[in-house]
Ligand binder design. Structure first.
Ligand code: AMP
Length: 280
């Protein structure tokens, strides 16, 4: 069932809440196999699955791609039903942010200031606002997020802990193309040549993992290796490459605890992110 109004989805879910588990999959739509893997996991683990589709304006800065962000609601609805979603919640912007909307959640410290927070300083306050609103509207038992957006995932786990949401956050592995490129709705922006060169992201992450497995725990050396490898592609412009603690997102010098190797790289106007987890 497709629902666009907050009161309507609340009523639907409330009528089914007793003795049922509710899995929420928040997305911005233009669904691909990454999103579908989250839906499938939610379907396996819950009685009711709610898929939200909402391109959230508050997580885009004025210079970013909110207007151009790819959208195809008819296709998304078809994919949702093929994957046995019970409710698609696809509200209008005015439903989520009525005039004079003014509440945001600021997650302080390195979690939001580093990595994508450097070039997108207002991004995570918008993410936290929409995720908290969806959690309050749907009140799911579990919510499903991709490891692809590693910083977002760590921040949402922190939000749930700090604000005592009674919701289980399920991290789902990154789904990739055959050549390793992480699936993203933004991949459609890439030209043929950019698409070819973009495989360097995952290649450099795999090579780093191999170096780490062979005993190299020096974060500076690992980082240098990635930067050098990506720099061989003339269309790639590195935004950042960092190695951080998976929980606090603080930079590490030596990889002695579970770490995320995270990167953002621009190809033309398209900004791609990717990451890999290193476990000592
Ligand atoms: P988005 O629509 O890009 O906001 O993504 C919605 C959810 O899907 C987020 O939890 C993402 O982390 C997740 N996601 C996006 N791409 C992938 C992928 N390639 N593999 C796994 N999950 C993904």
């Amino acid at each position: 069932m497709l629902i666009t109004k907050i009161e309507a989805i609340k009523k639907e879910v409330a009528s089914k809440r007793a003795n049922t588990t509710i899995g929420l999959v928040p997305t911005m739509g233009y669904l691909h196999d990454g999103h579908i893997s989250l839906i499938k996991r939610a379907r396996q683990e819950n009685d009711i699955v709610v898929l939200s589709i909402f391109v959230n304006p508050t997580q885009f800065s004025p210079s970013e791609d909110f207007e151009q962000y790819p959208r195809d609601m008819d296709r998304d609805i078809r994919i949702a039903y093929e994957n046995e979603v019970d409710y698609i919640f696809a509200p209008a912007v005015s439903e989520i942010y009525p005039p004079n909307y003014s509440t945001f959640i600021s997650i302080e410290g390195p979690m939001t200031q580093g990595l994508c927070g450097v070039s997108r300083p207002t991004h995570f306050r918008g993410v936290a606002a929409i995720v908290a609103k969806l959690f309050n509207i749907i009140r799911p038992s579990s919510a499903y997020f991709g490891q692809k957006d590693a910083q977002q995932l760590s921040i949402i786990k922190k939000l749930v802990k700090d604000l005592n949401f009674d919701i289980n956050i399920v991290a789902c592995p990154t789904i990739r193309e055959a050549d390793g490129l992480a699936l993203s709705s933004r991949n459609v922006y890439l030209t043929e040549q950019e698409r070819k060169q973009a495989t360097v992201l995952f290649q450099s992450l795999k090579d780093t993992e191999a170096m780490f497995v062979n005993g190299n725990k020096d974060a500076v050396k690992l980082k240098h290796h990635i930067v050098n490898q990506i720099s061989t592609k003339e269309l790639a412009k590195i935004d950042y490459v960092e190695i951080v603690d998976i929980e606090t997102l603080e930079k590490m010098n030596v990889v002695e605890k579970t770490a995320i190797v995270a990167m953002a790289v621009r190809f033309g106007s398209t900004r791609l992110i990717d990451n890999i987890i290193l476990k000592p």
